[in-house]
Design a protein around this ligand. Structure first.
Ligand SMILES: [Fe+2]
Length: 243
């Protein structure tokens, strides 16, 4: 299959959270993603308020990533997914960037107000980095008041919609809101948030649906252009044409 997707959000590197439990499980998820068109996959272990990134955990995650990389069947990069917490406001966010970009992935909390998210995004921006805000369409706050998403986007922050929202996995409300964000140009990119074989890191089905609705514009939501990441396939073509 033609591999052209860049997926900036997944849980394929074992890290003690609710993603892949073992390197073997993680590699199966990577190979499955490659078989469904993904060229570059970011593993983004959770950084939760009650399960932070200790130095010891970070070493283990980076070692697991290094062990997996040569066998993943795609370009496997590392990042993190931050759940907003006051303690993160005291840290240098460069620690959490998506490899090879100037972007930091953070989620809208599933419940409660987005105040700490906004403070964290401001903190990231003040460090010269770009916030990428994960799955607003799945959260209580934005479902209740979609104008919150407009406000986040108006600040120049990127909004990442989950592929599984667009395919209806999370029910009709996130599906409708996810499509609305994309069709209004507020949602900038789509990622899998893949965790396990029953929730794999696939983008092809959502991309096919997006193509039906948006035509050629759809690919820009899936190809890493919002992040400034260029899949290898495109890079090698550019090199061969001297571009
Ligand atoms: Fe996630």
């Amino acid at each position: 299959m033609d591999r052209r997707f860049v997926d900036c959000h997944s849980h394929v590197v074992p890290s003690g959270d609710d993603g892949a439990a073992t390197i073997q499980d993680g590699l199966s998820l990577c190979k499955s993603a490659a078989g469904h068109g993904t060229a570059v996959l970011f593993a983004t272990p959770h950084v939760w308020p009650y399960f932070t990134l200790s130095d010891e955990r970070e070493v283990e995650i980076r070692e697991a990533h290094e062990r997996m990389r040569p066998h993943a069947g795609l370009e496997l990069r590392l990042g993190f997914e931050l759940t907003p917490a006051q303690a993160l406001l005291q840290e240098d966010p460069h620690r959490y960037v998506l490899d090879g970009t100037d972007c930091v992935l953070m989620e809208v909390p599933f419940s409660g107000p987005p105040d700490v998210l906004i403070a964290l995004a401001e903190h990231v921006e003040a460090a010269g980095l770009r916030p990428v805000i994960a799955h607003p369409e799945r959260t209580e706050a934005v479902l209740e008041d979609p104008s919150i998403a407009d406000d986040l986007a108006a600040r120049g922050w990127m909004l990442q919609v989950n592929a599984t929202s667009l395919t209806g996995r999370h029910g009709p409300e996130p599906e409708e809101l996810g499509w609305s964000l994309i069709e209004r140009g507020i949602g900038n990119l789509v990622a899998s948030d893949g965790h396990r074989t029953t929730r794999p890191a696939h983008l092809d089905e959502a991309h096919a649906l997006a193509e039906q609705r948006l035509g050629d514009r759809a690919l820009s939501l899936f190809d890493g252009s919002a992040l400034g990441v260029m899949p290898l396939r495109t890079a090698s073509r550019a090199a061969s044409t001297g571009a």
